[in-house]
Design a protein around this ligand. Structure first.
Ligand SMILES: [Fe+2]
Ligand SMILES: [Fe+2]
Length: 200
């Protein structure tokens, strides 16, 4: 089964040149996969809003100076203004892409409203917003998200578990999003204690 829908493939092609920073291309595709799973669990959420929004949510990072990217995110971010900046740039770029293609059945304003504030607001303005936020933040607990983020900061697995447990998982908004993130995190914790029981 293909990951991207036929409707979203042209959007991906146009978004890709904006996603070659901070591993955003891989992050976007894996988060899209998470979003498809969440949509199966939450069928009342409109996939025609969620999927284009997750595909385009981080295109704005391309316009933020690359050397500052890691200061904008992480456990103790020092540049929250840059997080807001990538949302504002992201809305502009995503509007351009969406208006060029005008994909059938996609409410462009609803998609843009989600991109605007996806990181700087904690509460969801709609179920679709909650699903996008949980796909984005829930990605951190996936094997892919963990490998990427640990690499950025040189964190041990224990430090990583601490970060997602304290900063990330408590902010998830949907029951399936929380279940996925807590499940991955619980499996990591269990893995950390294997030697306690298996040492001879
Ligand atoms: Fe973002
Ligand atoms: Fe993201």
């Amino acid at each position: 089964m293909t990951l991207l829908t036929l409707r979203d493939l042209p959007l991906w092609r146009d978004a890709r040149p904006y996603l070659d920073v901070r591993n955003n291309d891989e992050h976007t595709l894996v988060a899209y996969g998470v979003a498809k799973m969440l949509l199966k669990e939450l069928p009342e959420a409109a996939e025609s809003v969620v999927l284009p929004a997750i595909l385009l949510h981080d295109v704005g990072w391309k316009k933020v100076p690359q050397e500052l990217l890691l200061e904008a995110i992480g456990k103790n971010p020092s540049r929250p203004d840059l997080v807001r900046a990538h949302e504002v740039y992201g809305v502009e770029i995503a509007r351009d892409i969406l208006e060029r293609h005008r994909p059938e059945g996609v409410d462009i304003e609803a998609v843009l409203a989600i991109i605007d504030g996806h990181d700087t607001t904690r509460h969801a303005k709609s179920l679709e917003d909650a699903v996008v936020k949980d796909s984005d933040k829930g990605w951190r607990t996936t094997p892919h998200g963990m490998a990427v983020i640990r690499g950025w900061y040189g964190w041990s697995v224990a430090e990583y578990i601490d970060m997602v447990s304290v900063v990330s998982n408590p902010r998830l908004l949907t029951a399936p999003g929380r279940a996925m993130a807590e499940g991955f995190t619980a499996s990591l914790r269990a893995q950390q204690s294997l030697s306690e029981y298996l040492e001879q």
